[in-house]
Design a protein around this ligand. Structure first.
Ligand code: SAM
Ligand code: SF4
Length: 448
């Protein structure tokens, strides 16, 4: 075993969902606590962590092309290949294969084991190739350093894993069973996030609305209860949550949208398909009808709520007529923004072995038609907000001089020019709707 020079700088590159972004931030904090500094923009890092996503084939393939690029870049530079670590769901699902296929990788760590990164790193420096894809009983969260510095909008993972077993999805296998983090830990972390500069917190979970726990008085509460408790943090201006499952949209959570001012008027509620036969084959526990009823109730609670969803086209056996049902559902809802994907057969999931796998060209055409409809609705939603006055949380500077960027309550990207700082809450008038963003006029700075 040949030893490696201990890394002085690191770079964490996260792919996929917001939960991966959160994990990436926590890994960075962990490496920072070891005295390893983040590599500067454009500078080669001594340690590269690829925090991967396994949800679709394309996402998984990116890992190998990234490893290849890192090795090539090193050969063009001083020839020193950085210490490459693969984390996230590809690491969990294909750890052994990565080690066999990519000799440059020295460390493989699953999403439930990354709190052990410092010990693994020490072994890798000693020349060992280390894999840890355990799902240990102890929670990683207890072993992570406290949050120090975050942006105005921060993520907080409250729930992990999934017991729903949709037939296309790898999450129950890569992230394990559904687990809710304890209430007290979440309140403590939320406090630290606010102290570190967060004005908005997005609560995260693969099924975030399945979160449940005992509050400070020992009473069993759901996500709506947690949101209510978090509104007590005076310096926290906004709360969001994602991603939800229709089955776990409780009466309390629906009512919360009408009652809690700090809860932003936005709901991401994936439906996947508008066909009940396809939904059954996907093992989704809702129908298109029951899904639409939930949205109706949410809209009744909060009239201006912006709706979002996820769709999969080309699930095995999906007929043209069934795909048309998805388009009809889209027309019925009028989404503000959505994610849509071609079905990707994931090894080990039941759908991968189903009859009727759909040809790529058919999926391409369905995705094109679906995205045309979703883009149309997104632009219509943005146009309908023009003329409205609303608050924007300023998150960063734009590309043009004096331009600032932030989010509206409806999660639209808003840009405006004016003297406001990052972290300010400003009042704007939405003025110009584009397909992906809104131009606004700054009216006043409400809070700095
Ligand atoms: N838990 C959430 C739910 O139930 O809707 C979604 C979490 S999943 C990480 C995000 C999205 O990826 C899913 O809503 C689905 O649309 C998409 N997805 C998952 N597996 C997929 C697959 N095999 N092929 C294509 N898209 C997939
Ligand atoms: Fe995957 Fe379904 Fe669980 Fe969402 S609910 S993470 S799509 S298995």
């Amino acid at each position: 075993m040949s030893k490696i020079v201990p890394p002085r700088t690191y770079r964490v590159k996260s792919f996929g969902c917001q939960m991966n972004v959160y994990d990436g931030e926590r890994m960075a904090e962990l490496l920072g606590a070891q005295g390893i500094a983040p590599a500067l923009e454009g500078e080669a890092a001594d340690l590269v962590v690829l925090n991967t996503c396994h949800i679709r084939e394309k996402a998984a393939e990116k890992v190998y092309s990234d490893i290849g690029r890192i090795v090539k870049d090193a050969a063009r530079g001083d020839g020193a290949i950085p210490l490459i670590a693969v984390a996230g769901c590809v690491a969990q699902a294909e750890g052994e294969e990565i080690m066999a296929r990519a000799p440059a990788v020295k460390l493989v760590v699953g999403p439930q084991a990354y709190h052990r990164l410092p010990q693994m790193l020490a072994r890798a420096i000693d020349g060992e190739r280390v894999t840890d894809t355990d799902m240990p009983a102890e929670t990683k969260f207890d072993a992570l350093p406290a949050r120090r510095k975050v942006g105005p909008s921060a993520f907080l993972t409250v729930q992990e894993g999934c017991d729903k077993f949709c037939t296309y999805c790898v999450v129950p296998y890569t992230r394990g069973a559904e687990v809710s983090r304890p209430f007290a830990d979440l309140i403590a972390e939320a406090n630290r996030l606010v102290d570190a500069g967060a004005r908005e917190i997005t609560l995260l979970g693969q099924n975030v609305n399945a979160w449940t726990g005992e509050n400070g008085k020992g009473r069993l509460i759901g996500l709506d209860g947690l949101i209510r408790e978090l509104t007590a943090l005076p310096d926290l201006a906004r709360l969001r949550y994602t991603t939800s499952h229709p089955t776990d949209m409780t009466d309390g959570l629906i009512a919360a949208h009408g009652e809690i001012e700090k809860l932003m008027p936005f709901l991401h509620l994936p439906v996947q398909s508008g066909s009940d036969r396809v939904l059954r084959a996907m093992n989704r526990s809702h129908t298109s009808e029951s899904y639409l009823r939930i949205l109706e109730r949410v809209r009744a609670a909060r009239r201006d709520i912006a709706l979002s969803g996820d769709f999969i086209v080309g699930f095995p056996g999906e007929t043209d007529a069934e795909f048309e049902e998805t388009l009809s559902l889209v027309d019925a809802v009028g989404y503000a923004q959505c994610f849509s994907f071609k079905y990707s057969a994931r090894p080990g999931t039941p759908a991968a072995d189903m009859d009727g796998q759909i040809a790529t060209e058919v999926m391409d055409e369905r995705l094109r038609r679906l995205q045309t409809a979703l883009d149309r609705d997104q632009l219509a939603f943005n146009r309908a907000t023009v003329g409205k006055t609303c608050e924007v949380l300023v998150e960063r500077e734009g590309r043009h001089p004096g331009q600032m960027l932030g989010k509206s309550p409806w999660l639209q990207s808003v840009h405006f020019t004016g003297k406001a700082g990052i972290g300010d809450m400003v009042q704007v008038e939405l003025a110009e709707a584009g397909p992906n963003s809104i131009g606004a006029r700054l009216l006043e700075i409400i809070a700095v």
